[in-house]
Ligand binder design. Structure first.
Ligand SMILES: [Zn+2]
Length: 160
């Protein structure tokens, strides 16, 4: 077993902050099989450098330091999957817009349904999406949405 030093663990903690979303590339575990491509929410990094995860399939197996591989959400398809997942776990009221990060007060039914993922966005973002779909403004990539980009600085409204 290969143990990382304290500095390496700190680097891992800043690379994989609590709440960030990752995609599995490979896992060296013959007992629990999590399919490659499964997404997870990072719940922490332990002192041995293992990245603790809440996998969308329900498993809470950690990524073993030096053995298992994952990457952060990086493509539009991966971002859509994470946004759909957030949509299923979005609070019913007083939540943040996953696109711009602004608070959406009151019940989420009062706000707009995104055209790109099954998730509620604020009215302003809903209107902007309308302009994008009409070809009047350039589409904002899903990977730039706060809910994808911001967990790295502690955006918390999207955690379960
Ligand atoms: Zn918004």
């Amino acid at each position: 077993m290969n143990f990382p030093n304290k500095e390496t663990v700190e680097k891992l903690r800043s690379a994989y902050p609590v709440g960030c979303r990752i995609v599995l590339d490979s896992m060296d575990d013959s007992f629990v099989h999590i399919p490659v491509g499964t997404q997870a929410t990072v719940t922490g990094v332990d002192d041995a450098g293992n990245v603790m995860c809440a996998w969308d399939c329900g498993s809470s197996l950690s990524l073993a330091y030096g053995a298992d591989q994952a990457h952060k959400i990086s493509t539009e398809d991966e971002a859509k999957e994470t946004l759909d997942w957030y949509g299923r776990h979005q609070p019913e009221e007083n939540t943040r817009c996953p696109r711009c990060g602004e608070m959406m007060w009151g019940p989420k039914e009062r706000h707009a349904l995104s055209r790109y993922a099954t998730i509620t966005v604020c009215d302003r973002c809903g209107s902007e999406e309308g302009l994008e779909c009409a070809g009047m403004v350039e589409k904002m990539p899903l990977v730039k949405w706060c809910a994808i980009a911001l967990p790295s600085v502690g955006g918390g409204a999207w955690r379960r």
